[in-house]
Design a binder for this molecule. Sequence first.
Ligand code: SF4
Ligand code: SF4
Length: 149
Amino acid sequence: MFRAIVDNIKGLWSLIVGLSITGRFFFSPVKTVHYPRQVVDPESLASYRGPLELVPADDVGGSKCVSCQMCVRACPGNCLTVIKGKEGKAPETYLYDFTLCCLCAACVESCPTSAIRFSHNVYLTARTREELHMDLLADLKARAAKASQ
Ligand code: SF4
Ligand code: SF4
């Protein structure tokens, strides 16, 4: 009899604790969004690591990259291919295989000119692996063209 009363009190206490947690989260601000009707607040993405992108050096799609290969050597996943152009230090090719990237930031931290960074693209989707093989120079130029419109 005594044991049954203790068990009932324990069960009731467990119920009260569970309901108090549910109630607390029920009335706290919603953290998810109804995409695509709503989008994520850009300010909350400051530390988000999306796929890499080149940092623009000017308004016409120029890059700060000097083709030094430090990022290529630092990358544990062999994700990056950088080929220097024939004139100057700017690259003529900058390829990034996002399927191999673990977002470790070794490339970003090793870059002497701060030429690469993580994007805040939370909306990236792909139907094939090839769509995640990215040409970062082309992406940089596309972003510059879009910004100038
Ligand atoms: S974040 Fe890491 S894995 Fe991804 S490209 Fe940079 S170094 Fe390679
Ligand atoms: S480390 Fe920086 S400057 Fe050097 S190749 Fe990579 S992105 Fe370009």
